[in-house]
Write a protein that binds this ligand. Structure first.
Ligand code: ADP
Length: 567
């Protein structure tokens, strides 16, 4: 607008003769003011810092008001041909909110008052009407036009800047946390492209941030499995997370660094969002930890092994001392010896359990699945433990053989599983022994049920039961229920942990249902093999291993007697 005024001045100057008597000639000081405003606007456009842009724009607006106010004053106010400039400015005053409108309202009405009292430029009613229309109306229009909007914008702006501030604070905090984490963190998008890599990850795998970003994670984070092969689609944890949106935690993988070094790693991959939008990979070098665990396990294993022998000897001699056929002891001494014998037995069991646990944990546990006819197998284990139950005055029942109502059942479905026989025997024996141990009177029932996909073995007792708050912890290492009932019953808290690990090794599941004071039922489920599959496998293994002796008896006859005790 300032430039328009300058332009009009130039035109007027060029045609000063013909315009001499009109109101179209612009005074020189108005032109100078307009030039200053125009130049200031240009400079502000180029240099004004964003922070002060509002104030600068307002100052320039005031400059323009002054310029056009002066111009109108000198060219006839209500009869000025430049009145339209003012109207235009007036409409935009509201853009600056009250800073634009209030000074203008004061100026216009102040002038009106002054004119009334002093100048007397406005004489006729039409002058007042034109003044009102030309000077007041644009301000009203401006207020209506801009006020609600600016109010809305101000609220919106405030909310926006609060949100932006909060987000930037959160982003800063997250960045500080991610950068401070000693574990490697890599974030990938849905196509596996690295979007973030923290300093720890850069150090662990030896990749610079700029090199790794925007690359496929597979070229940066090289994972190999236990057999030394690069992970494939099937066992790559990141692919698994991206396709299933489920967490993966594994301590079984090795990371190959940029320089070719290998390190055992704990890798945790979590999905981002709901629809596989990406994944966060957190990893840690556990080579040292694994070595320490290995050393610890070796120590426990050697110590347990070494100590088991003298403890077995002590147990044996105490047995001899307690046997009336081999030794004569008085009653008092017998009580002491009995206690010593029990303690020696407990110690022997503890060492055995420790040996088994270290075997499970350090990966030395072999898993040799074979086709097992579960009913025959479970019956064999149960029969082997009959004496233990009888010694405690309990009845040990094998349900598939009795059937409902105590009638002998002949038509049992045959349940085959493909599992390691030693592991399954140990699990079953442990559960039955526990059932006997924690039952004062009544019976212990072993059952085998199932459907097309799974076989469920259950061991039910009428014993002391398990408090609900303990049930979920039972399968943890060294966990024992601690109450008046269990305190006098010896145990290590390792049996059920071992059972869980063995069942997991066989690809199954173990759980318990119990009611305190009424009894407990432990369940083990394993994947069921169809009859055809079982027969094929038996034939195959019979052909390869020993053509004359099948591994199990598919005709559902009792398998050869075995020692069900832990070895
Ligand atoms: P423990 O050597 O103590 O028997 P386990 O791991 O075999 O160790 O069992 C852990 C705990 O679970 C036991 O201490 C006992 O409190 C509880 N428990 C296990 N089996 C039974 C059962 N059949 N009835 C009641 N409590 C049981």
């Amino acid at each position: 607008m300032a430039l328009v005024i300058v332009g009009l001045y130039v035109v007027g100057w060029l045609h000063s003769d013909s315009l001499a008597n009109t109101k179209l000639l612009i005074p020189i000081y108005v032109a100078i003011l307009a030039t200053v405003t125009a130049c200031a606007s240009l400079m502000a456009y180029i240099w004004a810092p964003q922070k002060y842009i509002h104030f600068v724009a307002l100052a320039l607006f005031y400059g323009l008001i002054a310029t056009s106010g002066l111009l109108l004053e000198k060219t006839g106010l209500t009869s000025s041909p430049f009145i339209v400039l003012w109207m235009f400015l007036g409409v935009f005053a509201g853009l600056f909110g009250s800073y634009g409108l209030i000074p203008l309202i004061l100026l216009v009405n102040g002038y009106l008052l002054a004119d009334f009292v002093l100048f007397h430029n406005l004489n006729t009613p039409s002058d007042f009407i034109v003044f009102g229309l030309a000077y007041e109306l644009p301000l009203l229009a401006s207020y209506l036009l801009w006020h609600p909007k600016s109010a809305r914008e101000a609220t919106g702006d405030r909310a926006y800047s609060a949100l932006a501030k909060e987000l930037s604070q959160v982003a800063n905090k997250s960045e500080i946390v991610i950068n401070a984490i000693a574990d490697g963190v890599i974030a990938v998008d849905s196509s596996g492209i690295i979007q973030l890599i923290n300093p720890a990850a850069q150090t662990i795998i030896g990749w610079g941030k700029q090199d790794a970003l925007k690359l496929d994670y597979r070229s940066v984070l090289k994972l190999i499995d236990k057999s030394g092969q690069a992970v494939t689609e099937a066992n790559d944890p990141v692919q698994h997370v991206l396709s299933t949106n489920e967490n993966v935690v594994t301590n079984e993988l090795t990371i190959v660094t940029n320089s070719g070094n290998k390190m055992l790693a704990s890798v945790l991959v979590s999905p981002v969002g709901h629809s596989s939008a990406g994944a966060i990979i957190v990893f840690r070098d556990i080579t040292k930890q694994k070595q320490e665990e290995q050393q610890q396990a070796e120590f426990i294993s050697t110590a347990s092994h070494e100590m088991r022998t003298p403890v077995a000897a002590i147990e044996g001699y105490l047995g001899l001392a307690l046997n009336p056929n081999t030794a004569t002891v008085d009653e008092k001494a017998r009580t002491y010896l009995n206690k010593a014998h029990e303690s020696a037995q407990h110690l022997g069991r503890l060492f055995q359990d420790l040996l088994d646990v270290t075997k499970v944990e350090d990966g030395r546990l072999s898993n040799n699945p074979k086709v097992i006819d579960v009913v025959a197998f479970a019956e064999d284990v149960t029969t082997g433990l009959n004496e233990t139950a009888k010694a405690k005055g309990l009845v040990l029942l094998f349900k598939p053989k009795i059937g409902a109502g105590g009638l002998t059942k002949h038509l049992n479905p045959v349940f085959y599983v493909n599992a390691d026989a030693d592991h399954l025997r140990e699990v079953l024996a442990n559960l039955v022994e526990n059932a006997v141990k924690y039952t004062k009177q009544g019976d212990v029932t072993v059952d085998v049920t199932g459907d097309n996909t799974q076989v469920i073995i259950s061991v039910k007792d009428t014993g002391i039961g398990i408090p609900p708050e303990d049930a979920s912890h039972l399968f943890q290492k060294f966990y024992r229920v601690d109450n008046s009932d269990t305190r006098e019953i010896g145990g290590t808290g390792l049996g059920l942990y071992l059972c869980r690990r063995l069942v997991e090794t066989m690809g199954g599941r173990i759980w318990v249902k119990s009611e305190l004071g009424k009894g407990s039922t432990f369940f083990v489920s394993l994947a069921r093999l169809s009859h055809e599959e079982a027969t094929t496998r038996i034939e195959q293994s019979a052909n390869v291993i020993n053509p004359n002796r099948p591994t199990i008896n598919p005709d559902h006859q009792a398998p050869p007697a075995t020692n069900p005790q832990k070895t």
